[in-house]
Design a binder for this molecule. Structure first.
Ligand SMILES: NC(=O)c1ccc[n+]([C@@H]2O[C@H](COP(=O)([O-])OP(=O)(O)OC[C@H]3O[C@@H](n4cnc5c(N)ncnc54)[C@H](OP(=O)(O)O)[C@@H]3O)[C@@H](O)[C@H]2O)c1
Length: 272
């Protein structure tokens, strides 16, 4: 495990990573632990978290596992108390847990939409409201929201998912402005396709279709590295990969074209 940054300002500090049982969250936890942070691993699948904890510890890092269903408000509150008691004040909060679903909105089961709002948005803003006051009091900390390019480039097939990521974009921007002048930072990572279990999970949900980007994307490690770089050099927004910074411009300039071609793609994927 690389030890980059072990002696830096983040060494020994606590980072919470939600959705650490897989994909971007697991890679981020590994990266932050390698940099010397103590990581609190959060997700529902405890066995996976325990495996990751062992892996991190065998590489000389420090980690604790916390099983929690982040769709549940009560579990988020309990998580806050347990983390505070067991590992101490959080200096970094990576709001990463989330999932998607692909298809016509009218065919999306309400329960899936509701859970998506609870996990992608509810958990991120609730955990922020629980951990931010402590960061403010210590005048030190960083909240990193894992957003998506879908938030600024809302394509057909991902109505609720795109909306949850737009929400994180707006939430981050407002907090960024409110926190200016303090040493508490907030950032959003607008990631394009990443090769994780995301598409498989989306497909496994009732009525879910194949996400068009299922066979493309960067690795989770690329996103994890961006998160670590953000902690070192805070910025409001980062794109992964960087070329995606053009996406809002493409939406503004060629949105009319996407309005015409996008629906054909969704129709094709539903009948293919
Ligand atoms: N993959 C992409 O192409 C892509 C692109 C842009 C943004 N993102 C974002 O990146 C984040 C991570 O996704 P990923 O690609 O790494 O997908 P992933 O491999 O499926 O990981 C999703 C993580 O979220 C956790 N999670 C889901 N529901 C949860 C719940 N109710 N309570 C607690 N944890 C929950 C899962 O853990 P458990 O199942 O163990 O609970 C898992 O650890 C998401 O916010 C996603 O929107 C992904």
């Amino acid at each position: 495990m690389a030890a980059t940054g072990r002696d830096g300002k983040w060494a020994g500090r606590v980072a919470i990573v939600t959705g650490a049982s897989s994909g971007i969250g697991a890679a981020t936890a590994r990266r932050l632990a390698a940099a010397g942070l103590r990581v609190a691993l959060v997700a529902r699948r405890l066995e996976r978290l325990l495996d990751l904890k062992s892996e991190i510890e065998s590489g000389g890092g420090q980690a604790e596992a916390f099983a929690a269903d982040l769709a549940c408000e009560e579990e988020r509150r309990r998580l806050f108390d347990r983390i505070d008691t067991l590992v101490g004040p959080a200096e970094a909060l990576v709001n990463n847990a989330g999932f998607g679903w692909y298809g016509y909105y009218e065919e999306m089961p309400w329960e899936t939409a509701r859970d998506m709002l609870q996990v992608n948005v509810g958990a991120a803003i609730h955990l922020t409201s629980l951990f931010l006051p402590g960061m403010r009091a210590r005048n030190s900390g960083h909240v990193v929201n894992i957003g998506s390019i879908a938030g600024s480039f809302p394509n057909q097939g991902v109505a609720v998912y795109s909306a949850t990521k737009s929400f994180l974009d707006a939430f981050t921007t407002v907090l960024y402005r409110e926190l200016r002048g303090s040493k508490v930072n907030v950032s959003v990572v607008r990631a394009g396709p990443v090769r994780t279990e995301f598409c498989e999970q989306a497909l496994n949900r009732e009525g879910g279709g194949h996400v068009p980007t299922e066979n493309v994307g960067v690795t989770s490690e690329v996103v994890a590295e961006k998160v670590w770089r953000l902690l070192l050099r805070p910025r409001k927004v980062v794109y992964v990969p960087s070329i995606l910074r053009l996406a809002p411009w493409v939406e503004m300039t060629f949105g009319w074209l996407v309005d015409r071609l996008g629906p054909l793609l969704l129709k094709y994927r539903r009948t293919a």
